[in-house]
Design a protein around this ligand. Sequence first.
Ligand code: CP
Length: 321
Amino acid sequence: MSLLKGNTFISALDVTDINALAAKALAYKADPLTDKKLGEGKRIGCLFLNPSMRTRLSTQIAAQNLGMEAIIFNVGNEGWQLEFEEEAIMSGKTVEHVKDAAPIFGKYFDILAIRTFPSLVNKEDDYSELYINQFIKYAGLPVVSLESATLHPLQSLTDLVTIKETFKEPRKPKVVLTWAPHVKPLPQCVANSFAQWMNAWGEVDFVVTHPEDYELDKKFTGNAPIIYDQDEALKDADYVYVKNWSTYNDYGKIYSNEPEWMLTQEKLQLTNNAKVMHCLPVRRNVELSDEILDSPNSIVTQEAGNRVWAAQAVLSELLKK
Ligand code: CP
């Protein structure tokens, strides 16, 4: 049975069996080249409309482990500026319509992987996922999200894999997603996505904590308790996932940058010696303190390393279709 419902991977909703997909990622970690012939003669195009380090490199390595060729195209810096609106009169900065460009990628590649970011200006546009949906509509081939306007599914699958890999007790771990300060407004993607995957997985006690007015879209947080008192939320946590996001309701703003929301060793004492996670890149001593990042509680490097296996599990499912 395929672990993906269709030909796209843009959200947890595209997965038939999350546990099996995570197990597959861990199996690739144990034996990276077991499916080296699966992607022979196939090519993945990785399009970046925004910067990346981990996503770009891990996807490339995952493709190579499956015998595929990966071609990276930094559309944002090196390509023609794309237009995504239907019936646009292209008299401004945009040079090529996605309707014309995407079918060409369909001729060159077997799988298309795309990173876009939100504008953080127009909530309706961002939450309609216009960019990635236009690629899906016009490319005519399997599409993988390398982070979209509202979600970051390969990151979240990685995070889930990392929890599965490190938690060995015969009970559900308590996982806390906590807001952290930052110097500029960031997307809600990683937080939305982490919440969506934790809820869909269902094998953790999941709690969200943030200052008032930083509510995320209920579509992603679901029934997870939202606790405004960070200390209370952290009690007995086994995992603390740290991430900043800008406001969702009054879209794309920073209301406060309260430094007391930064996780410290003192706060970690409230937890069950929790492992600390972050998707990276991280602003040291703004989002997370040196003392935490440099302590044995931090598993951010292990987490980033697992990006390869999550990507490999997803690509192999698409190749088998
Ligand atoms: N976590 C993550 O997506 O990292 P990059 O932005 O470096 O790809």
